[in-house]
Write a protein that binds this ligand. Structure first.
Ligand code: ADP
Length: 778
């Protein structure tokens, strides 16, 4: 071949190599590059002529050393001419810009024994290959199942994890087989398949929840799989399923455990309600009769024993109340009231109540109400009272000398809400630092001997804490062991401008005041019947007794009553039924009689039920005499007031009043009692005058002697007569003297009260002598 022809030929080879974008290099037996195809420049950036000779090895390899190693290998290959059946091999070439490209080379020898290597750029392919390897590795290693399905729901790809998770080989679940083998029910399978189609391809709202499905495994067991479904390419969708069987089981177990806990709580509360009923009923009798006995003439020794009994009864009652309160708080059954009240009076009332205990222990109990503390507020006064009584009660209990101070002061205002700070500071035994965080827990006491030395159950502060959080307040305690404790309480209270009547805050109930009501007592327990009857009769009430609901209904049909005291749990017919009949089926008049539920159950449900049946109010057994008195007064008064108004109207029409003088005595009751027999009446009046004069004399003498016991006995003896003669003005004075002598406390104003007594008696005596005169003339 002449050289021109050769050149022409090479040019045509060059042109074709350029077009087909291949790297082609040729070298001699020493490895020196003699030819580089023109397309090489477009692939790796180097001009062909810059790579001739040794340059190829220097420039396109990572390092010169590496290039030389390859060069030597090549020389060996050329020497042996081993490339008759060349295998392709991949090599990374360094481009002019420093980047790397994968080139797949094939070596060969030309006819004239020249070595030629031709390379194709496979960088892109390599990249995809790497990605594929990576995604394969991921798919093979993840625990979730990955399925790719076509638009009809046929599985076209499944990750090998399917075998690990549900036991099937990939082949066994491909295509439509998936729906057949993993679902028990074909209908269900089709429904889910359609729902997925609608959501993924039609963008319609989910009409089935396929996010968690029960899938059958090859073994026939079931697994819960949680699915994440997304749209794939070319009308496919991808489902990634995670095994949540154990989570599901845990959830089911948790649900079961929760239901069980709720059931147990319910059972516990029912048990507590029943137990409290069982304990309260006899306790009612114990406390009630002790109170009654204490009002009779007794020796000092008997009084002492009875007082101990009364005290124990009250402790037992407060324990039951605490347990119940806590259980109600724990089951969120205690509701918060929002009623207006006078905060200043409330705190005074609490301090006054605790003062007796503090006096007994010889410690000071002081109240500081700082300027700006709101007076009229709206919140739950009973619960606030309960919190303060508990905290002050503890402070007094755990302080043996020094003082307890309740400080009340206003904090910041937030709209209508005023935060009020209460601090109860004592100089008592304090709390050890490692117990300070536990005192608010139920049944916890700071020291194991606390209960033995100071009494208590460790429930008070647990209740306080819960009540405070119900009122949206905060409480904390600081204490130095041996020095004292400070309980810091903040409560948000609604401020109001309206004046609240202080009626409710008046603590001096005159129990000997007369009520003069006709009461129907519906109660099955004989002891409670007797107790209530005696108590009610002492207050001047006429009492009719029914042993159950039916008897109650019958008596209401026959007689008029001012008020009905209705037990709830009774044999034959319970209080609810009886109330329903009285309120709806007897007469208009009967339906208006106030019915008061008497219950030992303290559940809200019971009370609500009573109210729904039309009862006006309720009272918990065992009730304090004052509680019963108040409720009778409240409801009995309404009726009496109405009666009185009617009577007054009549009187006004018949005998117009001639003067405004209001008598100190009201002999209506006495006249009724003496059956309007003048002779008896005269006798009673004469005896009373004599007795009272004697009382005044005894008073003078025994007051000088400071013989409180004798003074108490004398006052107690005269007390019922005051009510009998309707001397309303004397009533509270004698009651107050009686209490003071009985407790031997607050004796500083006894003399003033005595003077008042004498003054009132002067007028009473004149009125009674006039009465005697007119009786004697008749
Ligand atoms: P209780 O008084 O019936 O024992 P509490 O729940 O009211 O129960 O109080 C829990 C415990 O906290 C008490 O037993 C006592 O150890 C401690 N504690 C409460 N208040 C005081 C206080 N003012 N001073 C000292 N210790 C107190």
């Amino acid at each position: 071949m002449n050289s021109n022809k050769k050149i022409e030929q090479l040019k045509s080879v060059d042109l074709s190599l350029n077009e087909i974008n291949l790297i082609a290099v040729s070298c001699d037996e020493n490895g020196n590059i003699t030819y580089v195809s023109p397309a090489t420049e477009s692939i790796i950036g180097f001009k062909p002529e810059s790579l001739l000779g040794d340059k190829w090895w220097d420039l396109t390899y990572f390092s010169k050393e590496e290039g030389q190693i390859f060069k030597q290998k090549l020389c060996k290959t050329i020497a042996k001419k081993e490339t008759s059946n060349p295998k392709p091999y991949d090599r990374k070439l360094k481009c002019k810009d420093g980047s790397l490209k994968w080139i797949e080379f094939r070596d060969s020898f030309t006819v004239d024994n020249r070595f030629v290597s031709v390379g194709v750029d496979i960088t892109e392919w390599k990249k995809n290959e790497e990605i594929k390897v990576q995604s394969d590795t991921i798919i093979n290693s993840i625990d979730s199942i990955v399925l790719v399905s076509d638009i009809d729901g046929n599985v076209i790809f499944a990750s090998p994890s399917v075998t690990k998770m549900i036991g099937y080989a990939v082949d066994e679940i491909m295509g439509d087989k998936w729906w057949k083998v993993t679902y028990d029910n074909e209908h269900n399978a089709n429904y889910i398949k359609n729902s997925i189609y609608k959501e993924v391809f039609l963008d319609l709202k989910k009409d089935a929840n396929f996010s968690r499905q029960k899938i059958k495994t090859r073994e026939g067991t079931y697994k819960w799989i949680e699915w994440q479904i997304s749209k794939g390419v070319n009308n496919t969708y991808i489902s990634i399923g995670t095994d949540v069987t154990s989570r599901n089981l845990t959830e089911i177990e948790l649900k079961k455990a929760k239901e069980f806990a709720e059931e147990s709580l319910k059972a516990k509360n029912e048990f507590l309600a029943n137990m409290s009923h069982e304990i309260r009923t006899p306790l009612n009798a114990v406390i009630g009769f002790t109170d009654l006995l204490l009002e009779t003439n007794l020796s000092a020794e008997q009084i002492e024993y009875l007082k101990t009994m009364q005290n124990s009864g009250n402790i037992l009652l407060s324990l039951i109340n605490n347990v119940l309160d806590l259980s109600k708080l724990e089951s969120n059954k205690l509701t918060i009231e929002e009623i207006p009240f006078n905060l200043h009076n409330k705190v005074k009332e609490v301090v006054k109540l605790m003062k007796i205990k503090a006096d007994e222990k010889g410690i000071n109990l002081n109240l500081i109400v700082e300027n700006g503390t709101p007076t009229q507020v709206k919140s739950d006064p009973t619960k606030i009272g309960q919190i303060l009584l508990n905290l002050i009660g503890n402070a007094v209990k755990f302080t043996n000398e020094g003082s307890v101070i309740l400080t009340v002061k206003p904090l910041q205002e937030e709209g209508k809400i005023r935060n009020v700070y209460f601090e109860i500071k004592d100089t008592g035994i304090g709390i050890v630092s490692n117990k300070i965080n536990t005192v608010f827990g139920a049944f916890t006491q700071a020291k194991s001997d606390t209960s033995r030395i100071y009494g208590g159950t460790g429930l008070g502060l647990a209740i306080v804490k819960k009540l405070v959080s119900l009122l949206k307040g905060t409480i904390k305690v600081e204490s130095v062991f041996g020095k004292g404790s400070v309980f810091k309480l903040t409560l948000p209270l609604k401020q109001i401008s309206k004046q609240v009547s202080d009626d409710k805050l008046n603590l001096n109930h005159s129990q000997e005041q007369q009520l003069d009501l006709k009461v129907l007592l519906v109660e099955d327990n004989k002891t409670n019947q007797l107790l209530a009857k005696i108590r009610l009769e002492k207050w001047g009430c006429k009492v009719a007794i029914a042993n159950n609901g039916i008897e109650g209904v019958k008596l209401t049909q026959k007689e008029d009553f001012d008020i009905i005291l209705m037990d709830i749990q009774m044999p034959v017919m319970d209080g609810f039924e009886a109330t329903k009949i009285i309120k709806n089926d007897i007469s208009e008049k009967a339906s208006k009689i106030p019915i008061i539920a008497m219950t030992a159950y303290t559940s809200n449900a019971e009370i609500n039920r009573a109210m729904n049946y039309g009862m006006e109010d309720y009272i918990f057994k065992p009730f304090k005499p004052t509680e019963l008195f108040d409720i009778l007064k409240k409801y009995g008064n309404v009726v009496k007031a109405n009666h009185d108004k009617e009577k007054e109207k009549e009187e006004v029409q018949v005998t117009p009043k001639n003067n405004n003088y209001k008598k100190y005595t009201d002999l209506k009751f006495l006249k009724e009692e003496s059956l309007n027999e003048d002779s008896i009446l005269i006798l009673l009046i004469e005896i009373f005058i004599k007795d009272f004069e004697e009382y005044l004399k005894t008073f003078e003498i025994e007051f000088k002697n400071k013989n409180w016991e004798k003074l108490h006995a004398a006052t107690h003896k005269i007390k019922p007569n005051i009510s009998m003669f309707g001397i309303a003005k004397l009533d509270p004075i004698i009651f107050s003297l009686d209490t003071k002598f009985k407790n031997e406390t607050n004796l500083e104003d006894v003399e003033i009260l005595f003077e008042k007594c004498k003054e009132i008696f002067k007028i009473v005596k004149v009125e009674l002598l006039n009465e005697l005169k007119s009786l004697n003339h008749e």
